[in-house]
Design a protein around this ligand. Structure first.
Ligand code: ADP
Ligand code: MG
Length: 673
């Protein structure tokens, strides 16, 4: 299709204004036009007479006979042609021909015509001011199924339809996009047919067949692109450096299989000549941080610098302390850089970084402000990558030449989605939790039953274990939720008189929060009362109880992340989800999911089903993904199929040099984004 990239400005009757309107619909080229998916169809195969329109503004299309023509005075002192006609049921229709006096000459009393009109009804008489009238039924698309397109600006259906049809015929014959064998084997329509039926289906059932074909090929090329970009040099097992061995040897536990596998994938990338760009996805508590440290050692052993960026001071601090205790004994030189540091201290740190006196720099985005320079930054690790904007990530990556990048996320995005949202990334997934972890027992507690809950948590306190009490942040009302937290804090002090506790919320300074968390970790307090600041990443293994008040107000992803603050050791852990009376069906559904499973991936799938993919946290900024035909919610089978086929091709013929794959080479670039 040599004209597929041609601008629509070349199409007759499309001028500058229409071009701009089309651009708002994402249509710039002939190809975009034929890929413009109708939002609905109008079945004009059998006529629809006046009687059938019971509500205002319904569309009719039928034969009419003209009975009278009159001119009636119009408001501005002019006149308007009014035509009276009847359909085959003898229902009366008044046509108001605003500024269309020419119809007087064209339409004759006693003759029959075909009309398509949007009608309204008054006192038993139908009227229309907007209509099309022709001598031949076919000119109005009678006998056909008509596409209804999305519109923008001054576009109308007629303009869009004729533009699409022009592009369809200009590009025909439309060629296949997939190897010939695909079509029969996968039950797809050839592309020429698929595009034709998308716009002009002979039967409604053809529409879905056409869409499936186009959706498959859309997904397939996405998958093919991403599988082809991946590095397939995993045949040699990468060397494990002695630094890494030392750390592994010093741990009181062994790595899980998933941790080992992720590490091997990362090491292979780090050792390869092309830069790594990998997403490490792991459920809360699955041990991603340790994988990050070990992979950092892999680079540090080669004499490179590594940067680790966390989204908040709180997390950066926790990671720095964790790194200090694990890595400093191995001789790794660590620095901790945040916005809170003094000028003088900052100057010293910056010089050390520039001189190469630091191996591992840990911090917030303060690591990547303009004045920071590294001597030999080769590897950048981003914790909770979705919390950073594109700009921040760019800044950071700009500090090094082709750095290796590892992004980590605890948002368990279903693999099918991750592959598409992050199609430019390689993916390592840690699914299993460390050995000996017990599933967190989750209880749904109605407000009336809180006393029982308080008693059972006290038993945990007596065992020396700790708890979090979380109160949801009420949207837009931080003050209100802090008050609620204060009230709960007072209530709990009354319920647990013998136990120390603290309150933690967003109005505290970072240092205060860090101090409270450190003391909590050291066991000084039995419990913390908080708004949702007890966020992703906080790791205090001795805390075994999580109480979430008004749990019905949280989304599934948030509930799962919060619950993940417990269950971080081999101790049995408990989560109590307190709900109010009269909660919505959706909320009930969510709470049940939480009670039934601990598996973040299952929860994410359910979340996807309840809410749709646009809302999955962490994926929203991936708005670049504009699928035309495929639905990420409904086409999970197609996604899986596309991936399978793409992987088969990539393994078998990565360069797409085989004759039967020549066609793929043509479409693989420029088809996407
Ligand atoms: P994530 O960041 O994936 O939520 P973390 O890295 O914070 O999880 O790890 C959670 C806890 O599990 C930490 O206390 C960590 O030391 C511990 N841990 C990590 N790997 C293992 C393992 N293989 N066996 C036992 N405990 C582990
Ligand atoms: Mg973490």
């Amino acid at each position: 299709m040599k004209d597929e990239g041609k601008s629509i400005i070349n199409i007759p009757r499309i001028g500058k204004a229409a071009k701009a309107d089309f651009e708002n619909l994402g249509v710039k080229t002939y190809r975009d036009l034929i890929s413009l998916c109708p939002r609905a169809y109008e079945d004009r195969r059998s006529e629809r007479r006046l009687k059938s329109s019971s509500v205002d503004n319904t569309t009719i299309y039928c034969r009419i006979r003209i009975e009278r023509k009159d001119y009636i005075p119009s408001k501005k002192g002019g006149r308007t042609l009014k035509i009276l006609a009847r359909d085959d049921d003898q229902s009366i229709l008044e046509l108001y021909c605003f500024n269309r006096d020419y119809l007087d000459k064209r339409l004759h009393i006693g003759s029959e015509y075909y009309i398509s009109a949007s009608v309204s009804r008054m006192k038993g008489i139908y009227r229309a001011g907007a209509f099309e009238i022709k001598e031949n039924a076919s000119e109005l698309g009678f006998g056909k199924i008509l596409p209804i397109y999305p519109l923008s600006g001054n576009l109308n259906q007629k303009t869009v339809r004729s533009a699409v049809d022009y592009a369809l015929s200009a590009l025909s014959p439309i060629e296949d996009e997939l190897p010939y064998s695909f079509y029969d084997r996968l039950g797809l329509m050839h592309h020429a047919k698929a595009y034709l039926y998308l716009h002009h289906p002979e039967k409604m059932s053809y529409v879905e067949m056409a869409r499936r074909t186009l959706a498959f090929s859309e997904l397939f090329f996405l998958e093919l692109e991403s599988t082809r970009e991946k590095n397939y040099h995993r045949t040699v097992r990468p060397v494990v450096t002695s630094l890494e061995k030392k750390l592994i040897g010093s741990l009181p536990f062994s790595l899980t299989d998933d941790q080992e596998k992720a590490l091997d994938e990362i090491r292979a990338d780090l050792d390869s000549s092309s830069p790594m760009n990998r997403l490490l996805e792991g459920d809360v508590g699955s041990g991603k941080t340790l994988v990050a440290w070990l992979s950092a050692l892999h680079e540090i052993a080669k004499g490179a610098q590594v940067a680790f960026m966390a989204p908040t001071e709180l997390l950066a601090k926790q990671h720095a302390e964790n790194a200090a205790s694990l890595l400093e004994p191995l001789g790794v030189r660590i620095c901790y850089l945040t916005g809170a540091i003094s000028e003088k201290g900052r100057g010293l740190l910056l010089r050390a970084l520039e001189n190469g006196d630091v191996d591992l720099a840990i911090g917030t985005h303060a690591l990547f402000t303009d004045d920071v320079a590294f001597r030999n930054l080769r590897y950048v690790i981003i914790d909770e990558q979705h919390r950073f904007g594109v700009e921040q990530r760019k800044q950071l990556i700009g500090k090094a030449k082709d750095p290796n990048i590892l992004s980590m996320t605890a948002t368990p995005i279903p693999r099918s989605l991750a592959l598409i949202f992050f199609s430019n990334l390689d993916l390592s997934v840690i699914k299993t939790k460390p050995n000996g972890r017990l599933p967190i027992k989750t209880y749904l507690v109605s407000e009336g039953k809180r006393d029982e809950m308080f008693r059972s948590i006290e038993v945990e306190f007596q065992r020396g274990h700790q708890a979090y009490f979380v109160y949801p942040r009420i949207e837009e009302d931080e003050e209100g939720s802090i008050k609620a937290v204060e009230k709960m804090y007072e209530e709990l002090r009354f319920i647990y008189p013998g136990y120390e506790s603290r309150m933690i919320h967003s109005h505290l300074k970072d240092e205060e929060k860090v101090d409270i968390l450190n003391r909590f970790r050291a066991g000084e307090y039995a419990y913390l009362v908080s708004t949702s600041v007890i966020e992703v990443g906080i790791d205090i293994p001795n805390a075994t109880c999580m109480v979430i008040e008004h749990a019905d107000r949280f989304g599934l992803a948030a509930l799962h992340q919060l619950r993940g603050r417990v269950g971080r050791s081999s101790l049995p852990s408990y989560c109590f989800l307190v709900y109010s009376n009269g909660i919505s069906e959706d909320a009930k559904e969510r709470l049940k999911v939480m009670r039934e499973t601990n598996d973040g991936f299952v929860i994410a799938e359910k979340d996807l089903a309840i809410r749709g993919p646009g809302e999955i946290s962490g994926s929203r900024q991936s708005g670049f993904l504009k699928l035309k035909f495929a639905s990420l919610v409904e086409d999970t089978d197609l996604i899986a199929l596309a991936k399978e086929e793409a992987e088969r091709i990539s393994k078998d013929d990565k360069g797409l040099i085989k004759a039967e794959n020549a066609i793929l080479r043509k479409h693989v670039k420029g088809n996407i984004f």
